[in-house]
Write a protein that binds this ligand. Structure first.
Ligand code: SAH
Length: 213
């Protein structure tokens, strides 16, 4: 995703620490308290500018959402939107998801969304893919029973790699969809990338996978 240097981003994120939680590791096991209810918690990794997580939060007020986005200059756009909409069921984390297990307790999360994750096509970068085994091991711990990992992407290479990685890491594949937009689905919340790529006529792939728990 395109990044512009935003010198004000640091200060802006600190000012909005009611939305961007600054020390998420200290909240491990206590996210329900922060949301002030016992609703299920869904996590999106690599939220970008937040279109998906905002759309989901509005569509499902009875679900709590946490968006993780590494890039400061990108996460600020998500925070601005959440602030404007005054949504109580979304928090953002400006973190690297490589440490996701340190931020959430076992079984604390009900769903993990990976939307248009960086494909890292070179073999030597395999470990950086968000569906690499080391990431999946962490998702396994934090996901509760019936929890799913839902991947959407336009990238066939990442899609195929991920389906194989899911099954090699003991997950059941619950859905493989190689043209998500072939059938109109009002409940599908589009991400920024999804709008961009589908407008160009590229098929959107989706896979849902779950660990047995
Ligand atoms: N989900 C958005 C953006 C996709 S681009 C959309 O579909 O439109 C992928 C995003 O993931 C980028 O913004 C990148 O900064 C973020 N990202 C990549 N690796 C990450 C990691 N390890 N932890 C958190 N965010 C990450």
């Amino acid at each position: 995703m395109r990044q512009r240097n935003k010198p004000w981003a640091d200060e802006y994120l600190q000012e909005n620490n009611h939305i961007v939680i600054s020390d998420p590791k200290s909240k491990k096991g206590n996210w329900s308290q922060l949301f002030n209810n016992n609703n299920p918690i869904h996590v999106e990794i690599g939220s970008g500018k937040g279109q998906f997580i905002l759309g989901m939060a509005k569509q499902y007020p009875e679900i709590n959402f946490i968006g993780i986005e590494l890039a400061k200059s990108i996460i600020v756009s998500a925070v601005q939107k959440i602030e404007e909409e005054n949504l109580a069921n979304v928090f953002m984390l400006n973190e690297n998801a490589i440490d996701v297990r340190e931020m959430f307790a076992d079984d604390e999360i009900s769903m993990i969304y990976l939307n248009f994750s960086d494909p890292w096509p070179k073999n030597r970068h395999e470990k950086r893919r968000l569906t690499y085994g080391r990431f999946l091991e962490q998702y396994q711990d934090i996901l509760g029973a019936n929890g799913e990992v839902i991947l959407k992407t336009d990238n066939r290479g990442l899609f195929e790699y991920s389906v194989v990685s899911f099954s090699q890491n003991g997950m059941n594949i619950n859905e493989i969809n190689v043209d998500l937009h072939a059938i109109q689905d009002e409940t599908n919340v589009m991400t920024e990338y999804e709008e961009k790529f589908s407008a160009k006529g590229q098929p959107i792939y989706r896979c849902k996978a779950a660990f047995e728990k």
